[in-house]
Ligand binder design. Structure first.
Ligand code: GDP
Length: 198
């Protein structure tokens, strides 16, 4: 897919106030600092569309971007960041969950996972929750430049194995990406394109 336009539409914390247009929607989510803003900027060929921040946990809203005038990319708040208070965490969790459960336009969630870290229970639990709520998702492994190619394969197969020890019968689709090496863009965009054309 060639990106011809990427426009910021709105930010909010209320699912009911998200854009009214019936366009297919793809949401990106992951732990704070996973590389989500960098990935979105890479996918969109822009430097500053999503705000990368040195301070994890800063982007705490649902951000809608209209892409090629025919689908929405949604940048969701990072989760699992220790410096956010318990009360705030609950609020995020509530509206993130509401978004996934109520947003009819949502076609697929992309759960980002930092390839340098051992499988984290917060990610595993979140994916399990998506699965039990029948919400389609794919995994995006980020920062693949940090591992040698052989180590990437081992990491990914161990990760999927661990995931399959849970409630899963088959592994979700997954993509290996590196924003700094511009890797994995065609895989993610091609996947979105293929679903949009169905
Ligand atoms: P976010 O909090 O999930 O939006 O993460 P950011 O995109 O702001 O990135 C968090 C940190 O990871 C920043 O220091 C980035 O420079 C770094 N980072 C993001 N993507 C990559 C990548 O593909 N490779 C490497 N090596 N570092 C990355």
């Amino acid at each position: 897919m060639k990106i011809t336009s990427a426009e910021f539409v709105m930010s909010n914390s209320n699912v009911a106030k998200c854009p009214n247009e019936p366009l297919p929607e793809y949401a990106f989510i992951g732990r704070s600092n996973v590389g989500k803003s960098s990935l979105i900027n890479m996918l969109m060929d822009q430097k500053h569309l999503a705000k990368t921040s040195g301070r994890p946990g800063k982007t705490q809203l649902i951000n809608h971007f209209k892409i090629n005038k025919n689908w929405f990319l949604v940048d969701l708040p990072g989760y699992g960041y220790a410096r956010v208070s318990k009360k705030d965490k609950k609020v995020f969790q509530k509206y993130i969950r509401e978004y996934f459960q109520k947003r009819k336009q949502l076609v697929c969630g992309f759960v980002l996972v930092d390839i340098r870290h051992e499988p984290q229970s917060v990610d595993m639990e979140f994916m399990e929750w998506l699965g039990t709520n029948a919400i389609p998702f794919a995994i995006v492994f980020t920062k693949a430049d940090k591992l040698k190619p052989g180590a990437i394969d081992t990491y990914v197969s161990n990760y999927l194995k661990k995931l399959l020890e849970g409630v899963w019968e088959e592994a979700p689709p997954y993509f290996i990406t590196s924003s700094s090496k511009h890797m994995g863009k065609d895989g993610v965009l091609g996947y979105i394109d293929s679903i949009n054309k169905e």
